[in-house]
Design a binder for this molecule. Sequence first.
Ligand SMILES: C[S@@+](CC[C@H](N)C(=O)[O-])C[C@H]1O[C@@H](n2cnc3c(N)ncnc32)[C@H](O)[C@@H]1O
Length: 322
Amino acid sequence: MLDYQRLQQQLIACDQPDWAAELPAELDEILSTNKNSRMPEWAATLASLEDFNTTSIDLKLDSIRLGYSEELPADQQQQLAQILHALHPWRKGPFNIMGIEVDTEWRSDWKWQRLEHSLGDLSDLNLLDVGCGSGYHVLRMLGAGAKSVIGIEPTLLYVAQFLALQHFARQAQAVVLPYTLEALGERVAPFDLVFSMGVLYHRRSPLDHLLKLRELTESDGRLLLETLVVEDQELLVPKGRYAQMRNVWFIPSTDQLIQWLERCGFKDCEVIDVSTTSIEEQRSTDWMTFDSLEQFLDPSDHNKTIEGYPAPSRAIILANAT
Ligand SMILES: C[S@@+](CC[C@H](N)C(=O)[O-])C[C@H]1O[C@@H](n2cnc3c(N)ncnc32)[C@H](O)[C@@H]1O
């Protein structure tokens, strides 16, 4: 599924020659421990994508456009839709791929709209997106003018989804690799702007996550952090599941989060946005047919999760490295 040589070339194009040199050995190691039994199936799905001639790519649109429907005869469109459906569940998007509207679980464009105006000029900047899912924001960052964007994503299905998108997008300056943040080696050169969105609350050691993000941020670089927050208490540590998720560990108040950031080597923390996630932003669709947020909230009171905790609210903070 992963073409090491091509990924190495892309890392070099993203100003990461030392990482590129280490890549084959590191990927061997990662794939030997992350043996998803569906890998061969996804590899076959990707291999069945034909060489489409996509002339119109628009990474600035809310529904990222990769080709026009007119570029593909109707019977092939159905075939392509089937191939893409084989990579279910599609969580982060949306995308329009040669006329096929991939209506993902999340309206990831809404998150992008909340933050894009705060980023400033991205040209000449190398970006890292930690926990990038399908790579929707990776492509939006490139569309917004970034020099290069590297996404890391340990869930191999989402890496496969990005590879499917890249089949049409063909962006040399965008790459998604199957790493966790913790697995990034010392040879990785620091980035001008690091994104960690929707990852911190999944970490058992959130301060270690922030310290690692700091390590990967240039000394004059910035961090864009997005995570769940609570309003009426300093810190929520769910007793069991939170909105049905088993792996939610720490949900701080925004003030507490800023304190954590300052302890971990960031300053000038600016709260760009705090929004409650609505059932219009995260929902089941034809491309993600499992339960979604509506089923995870108290049916009689959408201000609470099904477990009785405050419903998901997320803060976006932009900070400078110290
Ligand atoms: C809630 S999703 C957020 C996706 C995207 N960043 C967004 O904001 O829409 C969290 C993602 O982080 C990934 N993830 C979980 N643990 C991680 C880790 N230790 N390092 C990097 N990514 C991780 C998950 O596989 C998942 O795709």
